[in-house]
Design a protein around this ligand. Structure first.
Ligand code: CTP
Length: 408
């Protein structure tokens, strides 16, 4: 399994907006992720960026209006329309949106869209007044009703001097939307996977917390890999500095108690739970309501154990007859295999992913991980040093073999 863009045919439509200069960046990003990007520029689009610029970053033909009228004209648009896995129009002007809404096919881009059967993503870019105009709003609604997917426009300073919705969404975000859309055809489509991530925070007083070094990177990578494989993802996350992957439903929590409640509310209709979060084992027994003042002195904090979420899940599975695959993580600093195996049995897991957090390349915050996977039948699999994205892919591949191919 690789990213869903790899090897896909994408048609990039570029229309007449100043945001067209960003289309080169978009074409470049898509190409680097392994997509074959064929571009079509409208006449107005070519006023803002040349086909040569786009062709230079995509390595493939960027067609313009004259290609419609050449001897091969009909072949160009029918071929592009039929071989495309996805069409993205970025930037899309009010004019092109209006044409598409009404089935007008008077240039190479609009004839291609009319002939296409693949998903179509539109990233509008125009003046805020034009976007707010009832005619444009009606056209957007018409297209949404036909299944076109809109991303943006974003709010901000516009070339017209106005501030408001009208800016084209940034290329990086358009790539994320395309990635999500293309992943929907993948094998885990229709499955729901719940992923927890990050280190929980336990309040001492209104300004102080007890927490741990977890960055959330492995959990977020798992959420992305699960989305890439086609599943719906609910990401239950403690505070992190990371951006949730496009398409995930984010539930933000802070404490172990909040994570416990969120997990229990989400697993009833889920196919799998991956507990990658570093959950606090203890919390202050009493949260002091007012900030503890330095002058008042600071004695000790009385701690009380938190609930072991995975143990509660194991009970809920039995009580509610849940058909749920459960994957745990084990953070260890010694006796990795023995300790992780114990957790696998105690928490009744289908699989545990163990890592030695004292290893500088496998611990908290870094982008790599070296893990030992232990399955419920006792068998083990030692993975080499991998990126956290690669570890995530391996875990999700395994889940796929259980949920789709019926293994395990
Ligand atoms: N976990 C949990 N609830 C807790 C603590 C941990 O569900 N209150 C989960 C973690 O998300 C992880 C697994 O249990 O998937 C193992 O977590 P880890 O911190 O390695 O182990 P602990 O169970 O906390 O045991 P110990 O502190 O003895 O290592």
């Amino acid at each position: 399994m690789s990213n869903p863009l790899n090897g896909k045919n994408i048609v990039l439509g570029i229309t007449g907006s100043v945001a067209a200069y960003k289309s080169a960046d978009l074409a470049s990003r898509l190409t680097k992720l392994g997509a074959y990007v064929d571009s079509i520029l409208t006449d107005a689009g070519t006023k803002f960026i040349s086909p040569l610029s786009i062709q230079s970053v995509s390595g493939r033909k960027a067609s313009s209006e004259q290609d419609l009228w050449g001897g091969e004209g009909h072949v160009v648009h029918i071929n592009l329309a039929h071989t495309a896995d996805l069409i993205v129009i970025a930037p899309a002007t009010a004019n092109t949106i209006a044409k598409l809404a009404h089935g007008i096919a008077d240039n190479l881009l609009t004839v291609t869209v009319l002939a296409a059967k693949c998903p179509i993503i539109i990233a509008p870019a125009m003046d805020a007044g034009m976007y707010a105009n009832q005619a444009t709003q009606n056209n957007v609604q018409l297209l949404k009703g036909k299944g076109f997917i809109f991303i943006g426009p974003a709010e901000g300073h516009l070339a017209s001097g106005l501030v408001g919705p009208g800016r084209m969404v940034e290329p990086a975000d358009i790539v994320c939307a395309i990635r999500y859309e293309l992943s929907r055809a993948n094998p885990l489509n229709g499955k729901k996977i719940v992923v927890t991530a990050g280190g929980t925070q336990e309040a001492i007083d209104p300004v102080r917390i007890l927490t741990n070094y977890s960055s959330g990177k492995q959990g977020y990578a798992l959420a992305q890999a699960a989305l890439d494989a086609g599943s719906d993802v609910v990401l239950i996350s403690a505070p992190t500095s990371l951006t949730p992957p496009t398409g995930a439903t984010l539930i933000s929590i802070k404490s172990a108690e909040e994570m416990h409640d969120a997990v229990l509310s989400q697993i009833t209709d889920a196919n799998a739970l991956i507990m990658a979060a570093a959950v606090a084992d203890f919390r202050p027994k009493n949260i002091v309501r007012e900030k503890i003042k330095k002058g008042a002195g600071f004695g000790s904090i009385e701690l009380t154990p938190t609930k072991d979420i995975l143990k509660v899940v194991a009970e809920a599975k039995v009580d509610n007859h849940l058909n749920l695959k459960v994957i745990g993580f084990a953070a260890e600093t010694r006796d990795l295999k023995v300790n992780a195996k114990e957790k696998l049995i105690e928490k009744k897991l289908d699989m545990i992913v163990a890592n030695d957090v004292s290893d500088p390349q496998a611990g908290f915050g870094v982008d790599t991980n070296k893990v030992l996977i232990i399955y419920s039948d006792g068998s083990t699999e030692q993975l080499p040093m991998l990126t956290k994205d690669e570890v995530a892919e391996k875990v999700i591949q395994h889940l796929q073999s259980w949920l789709v191919e019926g293994a395990g």
